[in-house]
Each structure stands twice: as structure tokens, then as C-alpha cells.
Ligand binder design. Structure first.
Ligand SMILES: [Zn+2]
Length: 82
């Protein structure tokens, strides 16, 4: 249980989840394709918020499948892991 005396951003979602919202990223995925979700799955948990935020802010070839690979995403993930 979260200590209510802590001062931190807090989220509550309609599915009942709640918790510490520090570092939480909310993005619009309406125009995203499978390549976003594929790379999101490949990312470590701790990298996913920054990947999602970065993806939204940078142009990608949305015709690229994850099997074909996206050089933009690969370069970012390699950079982020370093
Ligand atoms: Zn990409």
C-alpha cells in the first residue's frame, strides 16, 4: 500500500490501477503502427516511457514492419542502452 504521506504524482486509471505516476508517459497512439508496439515490447521496462515519448516526438517510416527493422528506432534503443 502506498503511504499517503508521500508527496508524489499519483495516477488512478479507469481499469483500477493506481500508483506512483513519477515518470508516467501518456501518448496518443492513434496513428502508430505495429512497429511502435513491437519495439516497445523489446524495450526494457525502465526504457519504455522514454521510448514512447521519444517515438511520439520523432518522425518514423510507419510502413516499416518490425521484421524489416526501423533504423530510427534501432539507433535510439542502442543509444539508450549504452
Ligand atoms: Zn521507428
Amino acid at each position: 500500500m502506498i503511504n499517503p504521506d508521500l508527496i508524489l504524482p499519483f495516477y488512478v486509471s479507469p481499469n483500477g490501477d493506481y500508483g506512483d505516476a513519477t515518470g508516467l508517459v501518456v501518448i496518443d497512439v492513434q496513428d502508430f503502427d505495429d512497429h511502435f508496439f513491437g519495439y516497445l515490447d523489446e524495450c526494457s521496462d525502465w526504457l519504455r516511457p522514454s521510448y514512447a515519448e521519444w517515438f511520439e516526438d520523432n518522425p518514423h517510416d510507419l510502413e516499416t514492419s518490425i521484421e524489416d527493422g526501423c533504423d530510427v528506432c534501432k539507433d535510439w534503443i542502442d543509444w539508450a542502452k549504452a
